[in-house]
Design a protein around this ligand. Structure first.
Ligand SMILES: Nc1ncnc2c1ncn2[C@@H]1O[C@H](COP(=O)(O)OP(=O)(O)OP(=O)(O)O)[C@@H](O)[C@H]1O
Ligand SMILES: [Mg+2]
Length: 256
């Protein structure tokens, strides 16, 4: 039996009669990098908003680690270990990279803005923050003002601040969006690296990223699950080719 960390059952979201997410049964296995793909407007981000409770589902249920979280509040979801990257992204552009990770750590501890804490806890916080920066290969940028970081490095910092919250399940919405080739491969390697001991659900349009690191792929189209499986299985699926290209040939191949 697969070890399922996240499961949605008949998950549905309607906006004034328009069904953005339609009866979605998603099963994310523990330890996987699971991709959610689909054409623009397919409902991927809406799905993420339902999982983090930014939006209330119209119907259906969400279970995390076997627990029903359908009616949980966003803060409770985060405490249970579901962390979405942009939620806690580099929100303080004029603080240093290190300071941003420290704030992430303090949030994780529930002691944000308790700046009166003792010297020892401050230096322990610094050590842990530097450890996270090393993990995402940003140690040499520790004292850089965040706004001055190159774009790809900012996304790496977002991942570090996400890790600071000790996620069991990381949700990444288009982590390589807007990046050049070099940054794409650096961030892809980074996602692979930080997936160790964690589970990742990511929305990603770049098919070479998806084929390179994802164990399983779910394809959404007009709010509904169209296909699921490995990259090889999904890219051979005629309906998937049709959804992407409007033709039953060539679909995801060109993306390699
Ligand atoms: N708050 C809302 N009110 C009404 N319609 C919405 C709302 N949010 C999303 N939608 C609609 O739901 C559909 C799915 O949108 P969503 O943003 O989830 O797509 P997506 O798969 O993330 O697309 P993209 O690849 O462009 O990011 C779209 O048609 C969108 O216009
Ligand atoms: Mg989206």
């Amino acid at each position: 039996m697969a070890d399922v960390i996240l499961e949605t059952s008949h998950l549905t979201k309607e906006f004034k009669g328009f069904t953005a997410v339609n009866d979605v049964n998603l099963r994310v296995e523990r330890g996987h990098i699971h991709a959610l793909i689909g054409p623009n407007g397919a409902g991927k981000t809406t799905c993420f908003n339902l999982l983090t409770k930014f939006l209330e589902p119209s119907s259906g249920t969400i279970h995390f680690n076997g627990r029903d979280i359908t009616t949980a509040r966003p803060a409770q979801i985060a405490r249970q270990g579901i962390i979405r990257s942009f939620q806690i992204s580099a929100v303080f552009p004029h603080l240093s990279v290190l300071q941003n990770v420290r704030i992430g750590l303090q949030r994780g501890l529930g002691t944000s803005f308790h700046f009166w804490k003792s010297e020892t806890s401050q230096s322990r916080l610094n050590e842990r923050a530097m450890g996270l920066l090393e993990e995402v290969d940003l140690a040499k940028f520790a004292d850089t003002v965040t706004v001055d970081l190159p774009y790809g490095r900012k996304r790496a910092l977002e991942i570090a601040t996400t890790l600071a919250m000790e996620p069991e399940l990381m949700l990444l919405d288009e982590p390589t969006q807007g990046m050049g080739h070099e940054d794409v491969s650096r961030v892809t390697d980074l996602i692979k690296k930080v997936s160790a001991g964690r589970t990742i659900l990511m929305v990603e349009h770049n098919m070479s990223v998806v084929s390179g690191i994802c164990n399983k792929i779910s394809v959404l189209q007009r709010g509904a699950l169209l296909a699921e499986g490995s990259y090889e299985e999904v890219s051979r699926n005629a309906q998937v080719m049709e959804a992407y290209m409007g033709t039953a040939s060539g679909a995801l191949e060109g993306a390699h």
